[in-house]
Ligand binder design. Sequence first.
Ligand SMILES: *[C@@H]1O[C@H](CO)[C@@H](O)[C@H](O)[C@H]1NC(C)=O
Ligand SMILES: *[C@@H]1O[C@H](CO)[C@@H](O)[C@H](O)[C@H]1NC(C)=O
Ligand SMILES: *[C@@H]1O[C@H](CO)[C@@H](O)[C@H](O)[C@H]1NC(C)=O
Ligand SMILES: *[C@@H]1O[C@H](CO)[C@@H](O)[C@H](O)[C@H]1NC(C)=O
Ligand SMILES: *[C@@H]1O[C@H](CO)[C@@H](O)[C@H](O)[C@H]1NC(C)=O
Length: 573
Amino acid sequence: MPEPVERRKSRIRKLTAAHVVIVIAFIGLLLGAYKASRNYRPQVRPLVNALSNGSSIFAPTTIFISLDGFRADFLYRNITPSLSAFVQAGTSPEYMTPSFPSVTFVNHNSLVTGLYPESHGIVGNSFWDPEFKEDFFYTDPARSMQPKWWTAEPIWVTAENQDVRTAIHMWPGSEAHIGTEPTFVDKYEGHELLKNKVDRILGLLDLPGPLDKDASLDRPRPQLIAAYVPDVDRDGHLYGPNSTEIRSTISSVDAMLGQLFSGLEQRNLTDIVNIVIVSDHGMATTSTSRLVQLDDIIDMSLIERTDGWPLYGLRPKNESDIEPLYNHLKQEATNMEGFDVYLKDRDMPERYHFSHNDRIAPLWVIPWTGWAIVVKEEFNVEEAKKTGQVYHPIGVHGYDHEHPLMRAIFVARGPAFPHTPGSKLEPFQNIEVYNLVCDSIGVVPNPNNGTLRLPLKPIGLHGSMPPKNLPEDMPEDSSNSIAMSTETTIGALSSTQASRPTIATTDAAAPTRPVIHDDVSQEDEDNNGKDTNLWWDWVKGKLDGAKDWATGVYDKVSDKISGAASNSGGGDK
Ligand SMILES: *[C@@H]1O[C@H](CO)[C@@H](O)[C@H](O)[C@H]1NC(C)=O
Ligand SMILES: *[C@@H]1O[C@H](CO)[C@@H](O)[C@H](O)[C@H]1NC(C)=O
Ligand SMILES: *[C@@H]1O[C@H](CO)[C@@H](O)[C@H](O)[C@H]1NC(C)=O
Ligand SMILES: *[C@@H]1O[C@H](CO)[C@@H](O)[C@H](O)[C@H]1NC(C)=O
Ligand SMILES: *[C@@H]1O[C@H](CO)[C@@H](O)[C@H](O)[C@H]1NC(C)=O
């Protein structure tokens, strides 16, 4: 009797083994096919901390929205009902400090890496890399979207590598193929309607979740949805941060957020999905009376290249000129207003964290907030003052990141922020955001410069009154306001699209220099229906200009210096 039993057992064992082999092979086949279809991405990870909205299971999910150029005090103009209600429902500091320099590409990369610009390598909207011997220009995607510039890992790569799926809508740098690709990438489109952004975000949330019967590995519901909104910044540059135009754009963006919030509410997702709303920097008003004519101060023919507008990073042709140029500029900075001078390796303020990278020029002329540095071929200050020519762009950022007019926002709500509604945090710098967003979707962050982790520790509640000491806008030129009111009238007569203003080019006093905006790619300005690319032309002009200086058009300037000193107008740092 024992024999047949043994035999039967062994036969069953063999059969079972064969089945197991077949099943394993089949699973392997499926896995292989899946991996091949997804570029060797591993399986979906187990559900942790999932929540149900009543009909679908949501893995930890965060919507991360950046409102370019949304200055912190824009919240207190009584034109942002949705965002203000969101502050009262969520958790936020009074403001978030950007990183230095306070420009768009730099700060969007700090937001998604948690690194100071010197560590993430995007040290300006434009800069020179001495190793590549090439310029980075953010408005030229053919160059700026090459992966080699992007040396730090952004959050979508961190998340995808940990099997958390991401959807990135127009975030600066997201088209640069930095390692593992986001599951969804939306190409930059500067004039996309705000409503489309809402539909896109809600559409991504409506994809089948991990346990829904029609769940798909190819079109999974993403756990991180990052979206970029350029509109407020664009109008800040064109019309200034205190203009009626920017007010109307702020309202439109607020209405967009309102639509998003109600879309979440309709889906019973208000307490299921996190929303983190940030901005990258603020905006300050410029003026013809707050300009520094750099070519009256130094001999530009000594300079090989200039980096990083509105700051001027100077790379002299001959290294031995760095010290004399620095000494001269430093002395002039004590005689006239409008700028500070630093050597990258000597006295660059520690708090800027703007030294440890070869992409940072050796010598920096940094304008005071609301000031601009110009060379004559783009703007001749003396002439402009005579003719009443207005300096553009009317709004500029990029200055000292701790200046109140450069302040950004951070407001969060959702299950990862389980605080009393309206909780208030100590202000923090935007290098903290990467850790917080990683924590909110259960992803382990890379080493970075942030120190905050979830849960946050509120210090109290926001009052119902606006905070004290909100920064005042700087005065515009009086000629500015005349030009502006003419422009406004023309715009009101000819245009029904309030949020899509055109640049006035018919004005006789219009500047020869085009308007600068922070659009992410080589995007057309809608210039009375004619497609032009003003900003890019200007940048190219600037490059060519650098070559002109190299040929030594500007000779001796020492006698002009005293003139410039007496010319420089008033204004406070
Ligand atoms: C909405 O979601 C909550 C959990 O956040 C759940 O308790 C409730 O039943 C849901 N409501 C509906 C109508 O499904
Ligand atoms: C839960 O969310 C899904 C996806 O957005 C949505 O289709 C569904 O209607 C929501 N359920 C409820 C009860 O609102
Ligand atoms: C740089 O300047 C130094 C001092 O003026 C001079 O001796 C040297 O020849 C210059 N180098 C070049 C490459 O022009
Ligand atoms: C910022 O983080 C990076 C990466 O961990 C590190 O190399 C760098 O030293 C840090 N910077 C500072 C100022 O701590
Ligand atoms: C800002 O705009 C308001 C309203 O138009 C005006 O009263 C105020 O003077 C402006 N502030 C500055 C500094 O121009």
